[in-house]
Design a protein. Structure first.
Length: 244
């Protein structure tokens, strides 16, 4: 699966730019609210909430924002009732795309998602049309700088990780979704810090895009990511780094 989590890494790097616009905090707050609504406001007994809060801290989200989102999710403060929906479709050259959204207006969101696909040479498909091309996996990224590869690999595999692989600037730890929390907690206890830690959709194979198709794909991904209702976008598109 080398390189198959490329867009997930790009998305988190792009998130640093989104902070300036406040978009990343909006998305994180939604996830915290939904996690708290579904499993309660105590992160020690709610793995999804704990994961959401770790992601929020990694983006330097203010503590007050997190606490307010938890209270809204638990019903202690007024807040929108968000619905979780997954859309699937095809980008240029048939590249597979999965879009995870949280919305309080399904009709608005599906129209905006469909428009993004259509404008960028793709089309929104039926549920299940591309999901079979992906594996749901826990994904953690640790920067190479200051990380002991041998110690990381030993700690990760002992905790139940499926794989530890080396990329250009980081190490990626892959887990079964059910083992994600245990591996993440074990690595944190061992002193490793993550630039990303989430359950993600990792493509089984990649679709290489070049030229105009690659440019259109980048435009599609950016339009989707910039939508406040969109939480995550997954794709099997292999896009040249210089275009991104």
């Amino acid at each position: 699966m080398a390189g198959h989590s490329k867009w997930a890494n790009i998305r988190h790097k792009k998130g640093k730019e989104d902070i300036r616009r406040g978009k990343i905090f909006t998305k994180l707050a939604k996830e915290i609210m939904v996690a708290a609504r579904m499993g309660g406001g105590d992160p020690s007994s709610n793995p999804r909430l704990r994961t959401a809060m770790i992601a929020a801290r990694a983006e330097n989200m203010p503590k007050d924002n997190m606490e307010r989102a938890i209270k809204k999710g638990c019903g202690d403060l007024d807040g929108a009732n968000y619905e979780e929906i997954i859309y699937e479709g095809y980008g240029p050259s048939g590249a597979a795309v999965i879009v995870e959204v949280m919305t309080d207006n399904k009709n608005r969101t599906v129209g905006e998602v469909r428009h993004a696909f259509s404008k960028c040479g793709g089309n929104l498909g039926a549920n299940g049309c591309v999901a079979w091309m992906f594996d749901k996996k826990g994904l953690m990224v640790v920067e190479k700088a200051g990380a002991d590869e041998e110690a990381l690999m030993e700690a990760a595999l002992e905790a139940g990780a499926e794989d530890v692989r080396e990329e250009e600037e980081c190490f990626e730890i892959i887990t079964d979704p059910q083992d994600f929390d245990g591996v993440r907690d074990a690595l944190e206890t061992a002193g490793f810090a993550f630039t990303m830690a989430e359950v993600s959709m990792i493509p089984q194979t990649m679709t290489r895009l070049e030229g105009k198709d690659a440019q259109q794909m980048v435009k599609l991904m950016e339009m989707l990511e910039d939508n406040d209702d969109v939480q995550k976008v997954h794709t099997n598109a292999d896009i040249p780094e210089d275009l991104v």
